[in-house]
Write a protein that binds this ligand. Structure first.
Ligand code: PMP
Length: 445
């Protein structure tokens, strides 16, 4: 399998040379929070699939809901006049779940990149319907990740995901992320930094001319860019600026929705109501590709008050609201609430954060430890703490491999190690992850 994998698969995120040095792990089993590779090696999955397997790999109610739905109706489209019963039930559940975030309507997609694309397009259409067709630009954060479609890639704030595809969508502007460890202001205090970044955003809005900007899109906690939690004043500050200048605020909650930050959404974590919210990933616990764009009442009204039908979204996906995906999402949402996974995410997140800080005392390669907001954590590795020089790829690869051998699958992104385990992680599982990381760092010390 390993040889055939190298020969036949296209791995867009891994260089063939790295894969030869570090053969990919072929995962063949999953149970609870553990995965098993083709050699029979079991590890705690500290990646949680890809931030999505919140309830672990043996979630019986979701499996049963999928099986039942496959027997009942495997597929029918939501297109023009048709729909299915599951998506209606799910929309009501999502509305109730996100009511404190001000979300009223759901539009279904097949994943996060689709959700981002739809939200950005809705933002443009919203302004057009209100007679402000000139609002066409997008603002976003450097370090933000918003998926792989062309519009999402254009608002991505990480050059790696953009530069190969340029010219991308015109009218996309990026402002510095509130990233205390590295920022153009040389400001390490999170609160002061939040103020500086907010001032930079306001500057950019004025410079671009607010009447030309459609939306500000942001992750409540930057995820794929290296888990960068902002100061608590930051997202409320962005909300204020959006309101002041008439921009829609899109919260990209593909990672943060459904409990990961220790609250039911990242926006709620910061006490903010966005205008649009993107979700995907954990909505089906990884059991089915599915997503939902949540639309606030104020935005929905503009679309729905237009009796001519011009407000209708001009497109949809073949797999929008797939009945099996919707069945999986209904069961996932029920389990997510029943198990109250947000509180466990907060407790296990605190445990891991403290453990990672203890590892930082022990290992000089750990330059920065980020966490404190549920089960989104990162370690930034450097070869020199004073100069903050990113560690080389080979060393971080050795840490990853040794951690894996010692019992935990972790994710490496640039010079960061990212942890996003299932939200049902136990205290003992969290200790296993920390022990495995200890062994991983010992291998390069
Ligand atoms: N937005 C965010 C914040 C994400 O983290 C991701 C995926 N990591 C996406 C969008 C894209 O989601 P998908 O991979 O499901 O297309």
């Amino acid at each position: 399998l390993k040889e055939r994998n190298a020969r036949h698969l296209w791995h867009p995120m891994a260089h063939p040379a790295d894969m030869q040095a570090n053969p990919p792990d072929i995962i063949v089993g999953g149970e609870g929070v553990e995965i098993t590779d083709v050699d029979g090696h079991r590890t705690v999955d500290a990646v949680g699939g890809l931030w999505n397997v919140n309830l672990g790999y043996s979630c019986a109610p979701v499996k049963e809901a999928i099986a039942r739905q496959l027997d009942r109706l495997p597929y029918y489209s939501i297109f023009r006049g048709t729909t299915n019963d599951n998506v209606i039930v799910l929309a009501e559940m999502l509305k109730a779940f996100f009511a404190p975030d001000g979300m009223e309507r759901a539009f279904y997609t097949s994943g996060g990149s689709d959700s981002v694309e739809v939200a950005l397009r809705l933002a443009r259409q919203y302004h057009k319907l209100r007679g402000e067709a000139g609002r066409v630009k997008y603002l976003s954060l450097k370090k933000g990740y918003h998926g792989t479609h062309t519009l999402g890639a254009s608002v991505n704030g990480n050059a790696n995901f953009r530069t190969q595809y340029e010219p991308l969508m015109p009218g996309c502007f990026h402002v510095p992320a509130p990233y205390p460890y590295r920022n153009p202001f040389n400001e390490t205090d999170p609160e002061r930094l939040a103020g500086l970044v907010l001032a930079a955003i306001e500057d950019e809005i004025r410079f671009q001319d607010p009447s030309t900007i459609a939306t500000f899109i942001m992750e409540p906690v930057l995820g794929a860019g290296g888990v960068i939690p902002p100061h608590e004043s930051f997202m409320p500050g962005v909300r204020e600026l959006c309101t002041k200048y008439g921009l829609l605020l899109i919260a990209d909650e593909v990672i943060t929705a459904f409990g990961r930050t220790g609250d039911w959404s990242g926006s709620r974590h910061w006490g903010v109501q966005p205008d649009l919210m993107t979700t995907a990933k954990a909505i089906t616990n990884g059991y089915f590709p599915f997503g939902a764009v949540m639309i606030s009442g104020g935005v929905a009204e503009v679309f729905e008050s237009d009796g001519s039908g011009k407000g209708a979204i001009g497109s949809g996906y073949t797999y929008s609201g797939h009945p099996v995906g919707a069945a999986a999402a209904i069961a996932t949402l029920k389990e997510t609430e029943r198990l109250n996974v947000k509180d466990n995410a907060a407790a296990r997140g605190d445990q891991l954060f403290a453990g990672l800080r203890a590892l930082q005392e022990k290992y000089a390669v750990i330059g920065d430890v980020r966490g404190g907001h549920g089960l989104m954590l990162a370690l930034e590795l450097v070869s020199d703490r004073a100069a903050k020089a990113p560690i080389d790829k080979k060393t971080i690869g050795t840490v990853q491999r040794a951690t894996y051998e010692a019992g935990a699958m972790i994710r490496v992104s640039g010079n960061n190690i990212i942890l996003s385990p299932p939200l049902v992680l136990s205290e003992a599982d969290a200790a296993t992850i920390l022990g495995a990381l200890d062994a991983g760092f010992a291998a390069v010390s």
